[in-house]
Design a protein around this ligand. Structure first.
Ligand code: ZN
Length: 233
């Protein structure tokens, strides 16, 4: 068993952003930019090393909370959590896990909007590390190239598998699809439930959050109405 001692960085107190404390920002789910904030050396450690390290640290959290890690039911938890973080729920942090996307010529000359709706995703709130569960609706108008439908789903899943803020998730999917498809005509609508809102804090079980990204031709009231009519169908 690894008994490495922890070096806990000193907590910086009193940091403020636009007059709000970091605690307030976290609970209000404000976010600071399009890119997921990453350290420059984010991928210096291998996945195997990260899993080993997270397992040690998660064990420490459990022990601090007073859990008995000798219990058969808890023994494997630190390793399981570490593996789940790196290989599954936060695998979208690593660019190497980004889905490879092939484009095809738009042979059918279909030049209306294509909507892939009700893409179910599971993400995690970066302020509380509890789930965000929702549906994404993605639309684009081909500029001559098309993408396999399952790839739209995979791109949503890739960005969902990060600690996220819903606005950033929406914009990351939208801007990446614009780049992949070579067109500004991309729309993303996300309708999601945040467990940090429903199961803790304000404990509102019925509210949902809707965020939108309307690029190019979608930035138009009539197009938005058309898109929404397909989604609400
Ligand atoms: Zn949260």
């Amino acid at each position: 068993m690894n008994t490495e001692k922890l070096v806990v960085p000193k907590k910086v107190n009193g940091s403020k952003l636009n007059g709000f404390s970091l605690e307030e920002i976290g609970d209000d789910h404000l976010y600071t930019g399009l890119e997921t904030p990453m350290k420059a050396d984010a991928f210096k450690m291998s996945d195997a090393e990260k899993k080993e390290r997270i397992s040690i640290l998660f064990r420490e959290i459990m022990e601090v909370m007073g859990l008995d890690l000798n219990d058969d039911s808890l023994q494997g938890t630190p390793d399981r959590v570490a593996k789940m973080y790196i290989d599954e729920i936060f695998s979208g942090l690593n660019p190497k896990n980004k889905p490879k996307v092939a484009l095809f010529d738009n042979k059918y000359q279909y030049n209306q909007m294509l909507v892939e709706k009700n893409i179910t995703f599971y993400s995690n709130c970066e302020h509380h590390f509890v789930p965000i569960i929702g549906k994404a609706h993605v639309a684009y108008i081909s500029s001559g190239k098309v993408i396999g439908l399952s790839k739209l789903n995979r791109i949503v899943q890739f960005y969902a598998k990060r600690p996220q803020v819903q606005e950033r998730l929406t914009n990351q999917i939208g801007t990446d699809l614009q780049e992949i498809l070579g067109t500004k005509d991309v729309a993303v609508i996300i309708d999601a439930k945040h467990l940090c809102v429903s199961s803790r804090g304000i404990k509102d079980d019925t509210s949902a959050t809707v965020t939108t990204f309307y690029g190019g031709a979608f930035n138009n009231a009539e197009k938005i109405r058309e898109l929404q009519s397909y989604i609400n169908d």
